[in-house]
Design a protein around this ligand. Structure first.
Ligand code: FAD
Ligand code: A2P
Length: 424
């Protein structure tokens, strides 16, 4: 009998035409010119794209983080993509399309090949974050408004507060910035983000593109019943490679004064949304400013608790270099322990062992496993891109120790919108 010929599968990189705000950020960012556009759509050339992910973090809407599995020899063409008004439905792929273990990506393939039905697999370096987390919200999430304001019609918001929320004894400047929208409609949910245009232009004279920031306040406003929201912004002064830089937008935002105005687009985000049903548990795993959406969710629950309308469990794993670098440390530690189970992972606190969030997840394995076993538990991960893999491995270890079938559980968490990643 002939051995079956494994057909190759491509996780084709596409841009969601319904979500894309045509801001040109992805085309500008792509290092190998795989992205182009016409008057209708931004599109990705499958014969060029290497899935390097460079375009994904800068995209304000997440439209560029779209992936559909196709047979490698039948990718969507540029002409097809130019004509779309929405992404096509996922294709049914033949079983025999499963790759052999040794069937690695060959150089020159347009994007990363994946195994058919690999939803439960641990994320590998370079795979899009959507491979590890859900692309739909939990069933009881409120319906979000998205893209109400685009680069063509940004909204002006007024700064009504700008406070430092990192300790005085650290160089890390993290600010709590409150923006007021006056009488302009700007409805948001916890877990959503906005983007802000820094004024000015880059060295080529192109206006700076908008940078995205998670909303740190609950749906009814930083100040309840006012039309405002808060951001948690870290001033970028050192680049990822350790060299000094002056981050354009973060410095602009951190230097804003009360009554200054900013140009905002959004809101963005349709899946990183909290559950709203009674008894829902929320596990929050974050580093640094990744705490912003966690603050929003926690504060929403705290406000519900006041009316005895919250009865779930909140468990937080929060990583930072030192206690002083943890934004909102003081207010966080004042929250009642029977309301939120707080686990701090400090990596550079003098006199303390180095801890990452994934270490604490394992240390709290028994409690985590109990939460993992509940269909009412939703998990949110936000912050450093680098922690995704470690967190997934920790969840897998905890689940396996408790006798859960992790691949099945992971697949279920994703298909039920209960595991979410937002990393940058
Ligand atoms: P740029 O001028 O764009 O970059 C200058 C240099 O600094 C570049 O070399 C760049 O590689 C490097 N750099 C960029 N960011 C960092 C960093 N964080 N650490 C070290 N080096 C860096 N930021 C927040 O502060 N709070 C948030 O809540 C937040 N939420 C986000 C949510 C999403 C979904 C995404 C995609 C990003 C989020 N960011 C958040 C990051 C934010 O969008 C900007 O990337 C960040 O503020 C840096 O922008 P900049 O204009 O200051 O730096
Ligand atoms: P580290 O001391 O190793 O840098 P940052 O301050 O750069 O935003 O990082 C926030 C926290 O996340 C720091 O404590 C940092 O530790 C930690 N961290 C760095 N890499 C990882 C990783 N791969 N997984 C989890 N945490 C990480």
């Amino acid at each position: 009998m002939n051995a079956p010929i494994p057909a190759r599968i491509l996780n084709q990189h596409l841009i969601d035409p319904e979500v894309c705000i045509r801001c040109n950020t992805c085309e500008e960012t792509c290092p190998i010119d795989a992205i182009t556009h016409d008057d209708n759509n931004y599109v990705v050339d499958a014969s060029i794209c290497q899935a390097c992910m460079a375009c994904v973090p800068p995209c304000p809407t997440g439209a560029v983080d779209s992936w559909i599995k196709v047979l490698t020899d039948q990718p969507y063409t540029l002409e097809q993509q130019f004509s779309w008004d929405e992404l096509p439905a996922p294709q049914a792929l033949p079983d025999e399309a499963v790759l052999g273990a040794a069937d690695e990506q060959k150089s020159g393939d347009a994007a990363q090949p994946v195994q058919a039905g690999d939803e439960g697999a641990i994320m590998l370096d370079g795979l899009p974050s959507t491979a590890a987390g859900a692309s739909i919200p939990p069933w009881s999430a409120a319906h979000p408004y998205v893209n109400l304001y685009t680069h063509k019609n940004p909204v002006t918001a007024t700064v009504v507060g700008n406070y430092r929320v990192s300790g005085d004894d650290t160089e890390s400047d993290i600010r709590h910035i409150v923006l007021d929208f006056g009488s302009t409609t700007f409805p948001v949910l916890e877990g959503q983000s906005i983007a802000i245009f820094p004024p000015g232009a880059d060295e080529n004279g192109r206006p700076y593109h908008a940078r995205q920031y998670s909303i740190a306040s609950p749906r009814d406003g930083e100040r309840p019943r006012y039309n405002n929201l808060a951001l948690t912004v870290k001033r970028v002064t050192i680049g990822h490679d350790g060299s000094p830089v002056r981050g354009v937008c973060s410095n602009y935002l951190c230097d804003l004064k009360k009554h200054d105005t900013v140009q905002v687009i959004g809101p963005f985000g349709q899946s990183f949304l909290m559950p709203n049903h009674p008894g829902a548990n929320i596990v929050m795993i974050c580093t640094g400013t990744g705490s912003a959406p966690m603050r929003a969710m926690t504060e929403h629950c705290r406000r519900l608790l006041k009316d005895a309308a919250f009865d779930g469990r909140l468990m937080l794993f929060f990583g930072a270099r030192t206690q002083a670098e943890l934004p909102y440390f003081g207010p966080l530690m004042k929250l009642p322990r029977d309301f939120i189970d707080i686990n701090l992972a400090l990596s550079r606190e003098p006199g303390q062992p180095k801890r990452y969030v994934q270490d604490l997840i394992q240390e709290r394995g028994e409690d985590m496993a109990a939460l993992l076993g509940s269909a009412h538990t939703c998990i949110y991960v936000c912050g450093l891109k680098g922690m995704e893999q470690g967190v997934l491995q920790a969840l897998e270890a905890v689940a396996a120790q408790a006798g859960h079938d992790w691949p099945a559980l992971h697949a279920q968490l994703k298909s039920q919108g209960r595991l979410h990643f937002e990393t940058y």
